[in-house]
Ligand binder design. Structure first.
Ligand code: C2E
Ligand code: MN
Length: 406
């Protein structure tokens, strides 16, 4: 199937522009052999390339291009299918935008096209050309240094050196993982993640329960989380707890139970954030909103977890505004390479900023992901890059340290 990929990237500082022509000549030969055609635009700093051809060949060539050391910050903007080639004449043509008058450059590019009719209308690929040529999105082309320009070495501290806490006799345990602000070197909150007593996942824990016990156990487990947090000395810290949205609706007196346990463990409601996954919320929204009213009036904050993972999403934000949202791992993964993920995260940030909702990114594993997210305006992060959950204890945190100047 005729497949189109569009990407943009930065030229490396040490690449002479003259070398580009040789590069394109070489690309021409390989592309022709694989029946791939396209056009490469260059504005002096950035490349913008369209590749089209059979899917396997286009993806293979794109993967090869991603590894090319002559450019960096390669971001895939479009992956789509089309009935015919837009630029079918040559294997690859280089088009240096600087050689053309700004007013006519887009037309000059389009004149290279082989399907003029399609190019002239609402084709997404064409619109990408327009934004690149007119540089209307340029402020979003963040320059991300290489991942290994930062070091992440877990640092033990008084919290992490405590012996692990064991919840004796309980049917569950908890692992703790921080949400961090690497710029201010602060822990924003400690999230308690349910485990089986031997450290099994939340999935294992919930699978061990009868269906009718799920909500009750979800709530009761928070007694264990709070007492472990207290034993670990988290009194002065913010603590994030996960609950199924329907736990508060289905278990009578759930909020009072939480408040009693918070107090019994020497904690206060103002330091507690309850995180809800949006999955079940929307079907019984009014009851859920009632439970949230109770939490909020007691001083507890509310976060929507896994935001963007596909359930209620934006509609939920129209109906109810939490104090915080956590941007899901699936959007965060490889965000530095993906135009669609970047656009979605930027929209979430804009939306949360307008609504004064705090936001953090979850599941950050790569330095490049963190750097891109930080450039986009996110300051709070959770993920293995900084600290992995530790069963019954507080993990050491790896604060980013610059390895060399860039
Ligand atoms: P969550 O609230 O989004 O918790 C974060 C999950 O992401 C945790 O998985 C954590 O181990 C994992 N994680 C953290 N950093 C990274 C990373 O860099 N990469 C990757 N791939 N994963 C990372 P965990 O502990 O397996 O928890 C899974 C989910 O189970 C939680 O997602 C939460 O929705 C749910 N859960 C956890 N504890 C409870 C609970 O007490 N009650 C309820 N109802 N649900 C819970
Ligand atoms: Mn969570």
């Amino acid at each position: 199937m005729l497949t189109t990929i569009i990407y943009r990237s930065h030229i490396c500082a040490n690449v002479p522009v003259k070398a580009l022509e040789e590069m394109v000549a070489a690309a021409n030969i390989t592309n022709r052999q694989s029946d791939v055609t396209g056009i490469l635009l260059f504005n002096g700093t950035h490349f913008f390339q369209l590749l089209e051809g059979p899917e396997e060949s286009v993806t293979a060539i794109y993967q090869h291009i991603c590894k090319d050391a002559r450019h960096y910050n390669v971001v895939e903007l479009l992956y789509d299918y089309a009935p015919s080639r837009r630029f079918g004449n040559v294997g690859m043509e280089l088009f240096d935008l600087r050689r053309y008058d700004r007013q006519e450059v887009l037309q000059q590019v389009l004149d290279k096209g082989t399907t003029r009719f399609q190019l002239a209308y609402n084709d997404r690929a064409l619109q990408f050309f327009r934004t690149f040529v007119e540089a209307t999105e340029k402020e979003n082309y963040y320059e991300i240094p290489p991942g290994d320009s930062w070091e992440f070495i877990p640092q033990e501290d008084a919290f992490s050196q405590q012996p692990a806490v064991v919840a004796k006799g309980a049917d569950c345990s908890f692992a703790f993982q921080p949400i961090v602000d690497p710029f201010t070197l602060n822990v924003v909150s400690w999230e308690a993640l349910v485990r089986t007593p031997s450290g099994g996942s939340p999935g294992d824990y919930f699978a061990s329960l009868n269906d009718c016990d799920v909500y009750e156990s979800d709530l009761k487990s928070k007694q264990v989380a709070l007492s472990m947090a207290s034993a670990l000395g988290l009194q002065g810290q913010t603590l994030s707890l996960n609950l199924l949205p329907m736990t508060l609706v289905n278990v009578p007196g759930a909020v009072n139970f939480l408040l009693r346990e918070i107090e019994a463990n020497g904690l206060v409601p103002e330091q507690i954030i309850i995180e809800f996954t949006e999955s079940e919320v929307i079907s019984r929204l009014n009851e859920f909103k009632g439970a949230v009213r109770e939490l909020k009036s007691a001083g507890i904050s509310v976060a929507i977890d896994h935001f963007g993972a596909g359930f209620a999403g934006l509609l939920l934000l129209a109906q109810f505004q939490p104090d915080r949202i956590k941007i899901n791992r699936e959007l965060v993964a490889d965000v530095h390479k993906s135009g669609p993920r970047q656009a979605i995260i930027q929209a979430i940030i804009k939306c949360c900023s307008s609504l004064e909702i705090q936001f953090c990114a979850v599941g950050v594993e790569k330095a490049e992901e963190w750097m891109w997210l930080e450039s986009a305006g996110i300051s709070e992060f959770q993920g293995h890059l900084f600290a992995s959950p530790r069963l019954g204890g507080i993990p050491p945190i790896a604060w980013p340290e610059k390895k060399f100047e860039f």
